[in-house]
Design a protein around this ligand. Sequence first.
Ligand code: ATP
Ligand code: MG
Length: 238
Amino acid sequence: MKEAVSISGLNVLYHRGHTAFAAVREASFAIRTGETFGLFGPSGCGKSTILKALAGIERHWSGAIEVFGSPYRSGHGLTAAQRRDVQMVFQDPYASLHPRHRIRRILAEPLVVNGIDNPSGRAAEALMSVGLPPDVASRTPNALSGGQRQRVAIARALLLRPRLLLLDEPTSALDLSVQAEILNLLNDIKAAYGMTFLLVSHDRDVIAHMCDRTAEMSEGRIVDIRQRADDRPPLVPT
Ligand SMILES: Nc1ncnc2c1ncn2[C@@H]1O[C@H](COP(=O)(O)OP(=O)(O)OP(=O)(O)O)[C@@H](O)[C@H]1O
Ligand SMILES: [Mg+2]
């Protein structure tokens, strides 16, 4: 099967004052198409930095990145096709949505920018696919709960029908019961659309419940890659 993601010898340097510091060091791994691949490790170990490089947000890296066989160019943005294929859901649902824009506008914007027909119809469909009622469209993010907001962020990421979804702690800001709902929703969506997931979490239970394989990071390095055990544990004991 073709690889969805191939990263080899990835380094990302940041500057702290006059000294350079490597947030990601010689990271190499591949994600198979259709897989849910986890990135696990303590705060500051470089998880989000890898996702940002894959999302084209962090452009200053060295090494090699390929997504669905298409190479990234260090120092450049993604191509239009790469941007459609790869979408990211951010750690913080409060920060990732414009607080004063109505949900209708938040969802329609990426469609309009990409010249896609019937943006309002597609936006309504996206809300339905994440289990939100149509009246949410006329509300603003600050009139929604944290769980509803994260559903909107997921709906927005799905609008362009990406093949790879980058999920950066998509549920860490949410209550345990809402967290389980969103994770189950993500699994349903993945099955329905046939996507590949890269999921970041520092929660072992979330990783164990969701991921086929998981890379463990420490201080910028990938220190272990593991296949999940066969009996996937439920997230919330029933
Ligand atoms: N733009 C930046 N400039 C300088 N340093 C940065 C920048 N972004 C991240 N860092 C540093 O790089 C390291 C890795 O950060 P990163 O956000 O990837 O960690 P993380 O594993 O996602 O942590 P968390 O679990 O807290 O989200 C950290 O030490 C962080 O302080
Ligand atoms: Mg992070």
